[in-house]
Write a protein that binds this ligand. Sequence first.
Ligand code: COA
Length: 263
Amino acid sequence: MSDTVLLETKDGIALITLNRPDKLNALSYELIDRLMAVLDQIEVDASAGVVVLTGAGERAFSAGADIHEFSGSVSRGPNTAARDFVRRGQAMTARLEAFRKPVIAAVNGLAFGGGCEITEAVHLAIASDRASFAKPEINLGMPPTFGGTQRLPRLAGRKRALEMLLTGDPFSAARALEIGLVNKVVPHDELLPATRELAGRIMRHSPLAAASIITAVTRGLNMAIGEGLQVESEQFAAMAPTSDLVEGLAAWRERRPPNYTGR
Ligand code: COA
């Protein structure tokens, strides 16, 4: 595997590290393609229950799309830019958002542009107190392209999102918590332990139930409630014949901890 993305799976956690620290983990096309390949690998790995995504080095989670690289695509015209840059980045954030194992961002530093869009797309996020966030695309004379105009308004509300999108100003981890972009802010040294602790609290449960919940929430958020309830009902129907549901109900009746098999 190319070292722009590292993967280490241990104790049920697939730890993905964006690994271009000298470029503040900017999202080159190669890095995005490797991240997609790593997600394919984790998807079929039964030993991986939760995904944690973080950045290498002391400074950055990710400073966003690789500006040098996508400038080249832009100079080759709108069709090339849409294909090589926009659709590639949108596919990455959509894949993370819809991934059927919980994905937690451990935001260890700068999360600008695409780094912020990854944080918006994943299911849960914990930020170091040293993290900072920004929607700086407007500083480059462009709108965000990896879902940043769509997910942040849904998460934080239209006016809060528009302030960030229209000013491009950085904001703190505390502000990210306030607007619902992250779940928790912890002292820098506690970032990975706190993320592992959260992952552990999820992994006590049936992975099938977790996957159903992610799908129902992710798809439902973009639908009218009637259609969303239909998705919820389908997700339950898919769980009804599973051993995990039989086990969860039996464990409750027998007042013992459940022993899930993911089947
Ligand atoms: N794309 C490509 N390279 C990037 C990058 C990006 N988004 N962000 C940082 N880098 C590279 C820099 O080119 C530099 O590499 P070099 O040493 O080979 O020149 C290295 O990472 C360190 O960045 P630098 O700009 O020197 O650090 P800084 O502390 O002065 O500034 C930032 C930090 C985040 C303010 C600045 O790097 C920045 O504005 N990055 C772009 C953020 C952005 O607009 N992202 C959205 C893109 S759509």
